[in-house]
Design a protein around this ligand. Structure first.
Ligand code: UD1
Length: 331
């Protein structure tokens, strides 16, 4: 029940699904269940489990063998940390995925949605990236785990035929929070990602934001990303689950870009945030951050055609909701 998982649980429940949440609570809190319950009026069933534990994973999956499908969010995602400790990343992200697949097989659950990432494209040659753009060598062990995860799933689907159907969603940069401000992003310690750094700087929790790189070959020199509202991203999972459940897939393994299609620079995001919240974000231009790409944004047409999904919330809504959540959480 991390950031994306909790928002997806809300959208699934509101679309009529019953939700079971599995989490080892390494980067989340059980209170998130209260937020989900207050929003939806339903409390998801919760299982505390570390997916690295094979035996218990099989046990928990067996207990829920009537499930329509699994959405596998559970992974470590700090790029810098993955460079320092690659073994930890491969163990959690790859071994965890292998155990999910074993659990699904032994309890005969056929449908899986996998959290992939735009990181699989590395530094793209042409923009926007489509699902057929080249997969470049990953710039971090974290990125490698997403690439390997996708490859593993593709091979498994080939091997298992119609016993396994998979949709990989390549997330661009999720930001923002639920409009209720009852759930949102809860980074441990000093945030790595831009938006939580911005909200905490605006509220005076952090002194100043470092903008990593002002000499990129982009309109204002700062790096460009495709920021997507987490509620839009959550809704993409509902569309993907419906496609799996209704057996509408054209291939056993499908992959979709989940972004808005708009490239936004770091400075543009800061300015939009300041405008919509009335706060000032103190920032300083510093050197580029190692491993960062210059620009990446999605062509998300395939998701629109095949999943009937497209992003609806704009940058202002992303900034405003992130800010409201941070403010409410700090109170
Ligand atoms: C990266 C990964 C993404 C992964 C995510 C998880 C790539 C290309 N993307 O996203 O797949 O899911 O981490 O954490 O590897 N920035 C600042 N100052 C800050 C923080 C960030 O200027 O304090 C800039 C970054 O340089 C970047 C942009 O803001 O240009 C977004 O950074 P961030 O939110 O960390 O996400 P990515 O690095 O794009």
């Amino acid at each position: 029940m991390g950031y994306i998982g909790s928002h997806t649980a809300v959208e699934l429940i509101e679309s009529g699904y019953e939700v079971v949440i599995i989490d080892n609570l390494s980067n989340s809190k059980e209170e998130v269940l209260d937020g989900i319950e207050r929003i939806t009026g339903r409390r998801p069933h919760f299982e505390k489990l570390d997916l690295v534990d094979q035996e218990r994973t099989l046990e928990v999956f067996e207990r829920h063998n009537d499930a329509i499908g699994v959405i596998h969010f559970a992974a470590l995602k700090a790029v810098g940390e993955s460079v320092e400790n690659p073994g930890l990343y491969f163990k959690n992200n790859i071994l965890g995925l292998v155990h999910v697949l074993e659990g699904m097989e032994s309890s005969r659950i056929p449908n899986l949605i996998f959290s992939s990432s735009c990181t699989v494209y590395g530094e793209p040659d042409t923009l926007p990236v489509t699902e057929t753009s080249e997969i470049k060598k990953a710039s971090s062990p974290y990125g490698a785990t997403k690439q390997i995860g996708e490859e593993l799933l593709q091979s498994e689907v080939k091997a298992k035929g119609d016993k396994l159907n998979v949709i990989s969603l390549r997330y661009f940069n999720p930001v923002g929070a639920h409009s209720s401000s009852l759930i949102g992003e809860l980074p441990l310690g000093i945030p790595n990602n831009l938006m939580p750094f911005v909200t905490q700087t605006a509220l005076g929790i952090l002194k100043e934001l470092s903008v990593y790189g002002s000499d990129y070959n982009t309109p204002d020199g700062t790096a460009v990303r495709d920021y997507i509202h987490v509620v839009d991203l959550a809704k993409a999972h509902v569309s993907a689950m419906q496609r799996l459940e209704n057996k509408n897939q054209e291939e056993g393994y499908e992959v979709y870009n989940i972004g808005t299609g708009k490239g936004i620079s770091v400075l543009e995001l800061i300015l939009a945030f300041e405008k919509v919240t009335g706060e000032t974000v103190r920032y300083n231009m510093v050197d580029r951050r190692e491993g960062d790409v210059e620009a990446v944004y999605a062509n998300a047409d395939l998701a629109k055609t095949k999943l009937g999904w497209s992003a609806e919330r704009d940058l202002e809504t992303m900034c405003k909701s992130a800010y409201e959540w941070e403010k409410r959480y700090r109170e």
